[in-house]
Design a protein around this ligand. Sequence first.
Ligand SMILES: [Zn+2]
Length: 162
Amino acid sequence: MRPLTDPQIRASFVNCSRRDAAQATLPADLAGRDWDRLDYLGWTDARNPRRAYVVTWLDDRPTGIVLRASDGATKRNAVCVWCEDVIATNEVALFVAKRAGAAGRNGDTVGTLICADFACSANARRRPTIVEAGDDAAAVVARRVAGLQDRHARFVASVARG
Ligand SMILES: [Zn+2]
């Protein structure tokens, strides 16, 4: 993905107040990110472990959503809806996002079961097993990455639409 700056991220949030956006704790290591190997930027708020953020590019615009981690919904044996990685051993958690605009103000939310550490991009780029890969490992990775890009973008777009 194209790199993001702090101001771009703060201005990107579609489903929270300006005040919440201003108070969000941004990742400390933005400059050190390997953006070429990321499909979205996701992180947990360092000051609030139940709050998380996902920012991605939609139609050439940074689009960010605030997510709330659902109570007790972390599962070790669940499969992430975005990267669909069946081998990853990281935890998968239910995250809920308030819809943008009037829908969200009326309490309308949408949920998704995704990697709790937002490592989907690394999972999608994992070297395929022989069974998965057949004779074309690069094609398997390309297909996974394309699927992740499509699924996460559709979720963010549906939150942004309100
Ligand atoms: Zn994932």
